[in-house]
Design a protein. Structure first.
Length: 341
């Protein structure tokens, strides 16, 4: 095997592995498909292994391709980080693409604060329905920043990302207004025993949220609604949820649905850890503004203070204890704010 693999070959491999389509991968890399295919063949010769199964209908990773992918992503992330560290103009002149999930969300509040604090920086909002789906676009460069529960991501995907916890967001339940629990100001978790709640099952883009629900409901007699096709947009969400009379696992930052009420969950207070997530090695003034905004709001509103007796999944406790809570000093328009470590 060649000991000197050019990053261009690994980037070609990663693009095809993400897209599973040579034409789309070539377009993403702004190269001719013939040149992309040539680079893949060179990489396969250098490694002495076939990386893709190609038919007229589909492209699939071989076992060797699946084995290579996490290593390729790690090498590319390190390469990008090295390049960014010595590029003082990184990100200059282009907007930062920030996925906030929804117009009512922690991410959207951070974006609005960043726009207020850094009006000269162009921050463009995107509205993906979950971090699992958005993370792939962050890695591919189609997004720069997103928000969500990092512990629910595949470790190979997480390896290409940097993240800092922004908020321990209290969870809630969205109930039909005539539900037996709708009259309560707060809903104890035990009161949901025997209930079935919608938690995004069937939507691969929000897999981290469904996984959080599974952790929360385990042993409490609460069921998750059967998988349902992805629901896009507030109007369609409201129509489907009301039509099926679903109760919905939500957070305290959630859109208003006519005919339904949002109630915080208690005893214990379950928390959804919302992290700010960006591509490893990314340098951009807009990223600095967003990180500083998250710190500003977090300090002003106590976003990182956990209520006594609150609940987090064991997977999140482990990840956050390993370093997901810390942060670096962030410079925005000449002002430096240091995050807690």
């Amino acid at each position: 095997m060649s000991r000197d693999l050019h990053p261009r070959l690994l980037r070609a491999f990663a693009a095809v592995a993400d897209e599973l389509h040579f034409t789309r991968a070539a377009a993403r890399l702004f190269v001719a498909q013939q040149a992309l295919s040539r680079d893949i063949r060179r990489l396969e010769r250098a490694l002495g292994a076939d990386l893709f199964l190609r038919t007229t209908r589909a492209v699939e990773l071989t076992a060797e391709g699946r084995r290579l992918l996490p290593y390729a992503r790690a090498v590319l992330a390190a390469h990008d980080e090295l390049a960014a560290a010595f590029d003082s103009s990184a990100g200059a002149g282009r907007p930062l693409l920030v996925d906030v999930g929804a117009t009512v969300s922690t991410g959207h509040r951070v974006l609005e604060e960043a726009r207020r604090a850094a009006p000269g920086t162009e921050l463009i909002a995107r509205f993906h329905s979950g971090l699992t789906g958005a993370a792939a676009d962050v890695l591919a460069g189609r997004l720069d920043v997103s928000f969500g529960r990092v512990a629910g991501l595949d470790p190979a995907v997480r390896a290409g990302l940097e993240h800092r916890i922004a908020r321990y967001e209290p969870m809630a339940v969205l109930l039909p207004e005539d539900h037996r629990l709708a009259g309560l100001a707060e809903v104890p978790l035990d009161a949901l025993a025997g209930e079935t709640l919608y938690a995004g099952a069937g939507n691969p883009a929000t897999a981290e949220w469904t996984d959080l629900a599974e952790w929360l409901f385990a042993g409490r007699g609460i069921a998750i609604a059967e998988p349902f096709p992805e629901i896009e947009g507030k109007t369609e969400f409201a129509r489907v949820v009301r039509g099926r009379r679903w109760s919905v696992l939500a957070s305290v930052e959630f859109m208003t649905i006519p005919g339904m009420v949002l109630r915080p969950l208690v005893d214990p207070v379950p928390l959804s850890p919302v992290s700010l997530v960006w591509r490893r090695g990314l340098r951009h003034a807009g990223l600095d503004a967003v990180r500083c905004a998250a710190l500003t709001l977090g300090e002003a509103e106590g976003w990182l203070r956990r209520p006594p007796g609150s609940w987090l999944p064991a997977a999140d406790e482990t990840l956050l204890a390993s370093g997901g809570v810390g942060g670096d000093a962030v410079r925005v328009r000449g002002r430096i704010t240091a995050s807690r470590r």
